[in-house]
Design a binder for this molecule. Structure first.
Ligand code: ADP
Length: 251
């Protein structure tokens, strides 16, 4: 079943007449993990924002969870995670995770039960009463992921969520994210400019070329799952990285 359908989408920013996207067509299956990969400025974030109904495309159509992006946003069909988790510094970890539920007027007992489940999932139960500035960058981003998932969306949209983290933390969080995905069965659209990250995480890597942003290749990653961290050292993995890198040649 198709969860997100992008049909011939184009985006021109009128302010500077930048053609950010042109003729992008893409279907994402329910439960699929796809990455939007490309160098900076090729329109990945623009496409994610269009899917999230934070931007209107100038041409083409998008369907999300069987309706318009606006319906999907209003019906909380997706959670979104940004490069920086933008946590509220005066609220504890638990209170940050519960924030969307407060906005939805979910009763306190249910909020607590759901934030408890999230804290367990992101392995931060010992930090439930900590404030964001007492956490490492990786822990803060885990709270950001929990806050996006606490509303139990079908879809998780992620915009370079790990790019501000060091290599060790990034790899660990990639593993965490795959466990969460396997457990929660969400559809994930993940924006990155890191080839190995896209290969490690994805079922399919969608390669974008810049100016104007076009979908220039789609690579199916048929590595077995679950994917242990050491899979990055296998010949098969290295081959996929080379294949994706090769798809940029001539761009
Ligand atoms: P990416 O996420 O791949 O780095 P973006 O989607 O952020 O790319 O940007 C694609 C292009 O659109 C870039 O040339 C960028 O400068 C331009 N752009 C992005 N956002 C805006 C905006 N709000 N107004 C005008 N131009 C924009």
């Amino acid at each position: 079943m198709v969860e997100i359908s992008v049909n011939d989408v184009g985006m021109v920013y009128s302010r500077n007449e930048t053609v950010a996207l042109e003729g992008v067509t893409l279907d994402v299956e329910k439960g699929e993990f796809i990455s939007l990969l490309g160098p900076s400025g090729c329109g990945k974030t623009t496409l994610l924002r269009i899917i999230a109904n934070l931007l209107e495309p100038t041409s083409g159509t998008v369907t999300v969870a069987g309706g318009t992006p606006e319906q999907a946003r209003k019906n909380r069909k997706y959670g979104i995670v940004f490069q920086r988790p933008v946590l509220q510094s005066w609220r504890t970890v638990r209170k940050n995770i519960e924030l969307p539920l407060e906005i939805m007027h979910v009763p306190p007992e249910e909020r607590r039960a759901r934030s408890d489940a999230m804290l367990k999932m992101i392995r931060l139960r010992n930090f439930v009463d900590a404030y964001p500035d007492e956490l490492s960058g990786g822990m803060q981003q885990r709270v950001g992921i929990a806050r996006a998932l606490v509303i139990e969306p079908e879809i998780l949209l992620m915009d370079e969520p790990f790019s501000a983290l060091d290599e060790f933390t990034r790899e660990r969080l990639q593993g965490d994210l795959l466990s969460i995905w396997q457990e929660s069965k969400k559809t994930i659209v993940f924006v990155t400019h890191n080839i190995a990250e896209a290969v490690y995480l994805s079922d399919r890597v969608c390669v974008f070329s810049p100016r104007p942003g076009r979908l220039s290749a789609v690579v199916d990653v048929k590595l077995p799952r679950p994917r242990p961290p050491e899979i990055r050292d296998t010949a098969e993995f290295v081959e996929y990285v080379a294949r994706v890198r090769g798809s940029f040649e001539g761009i």
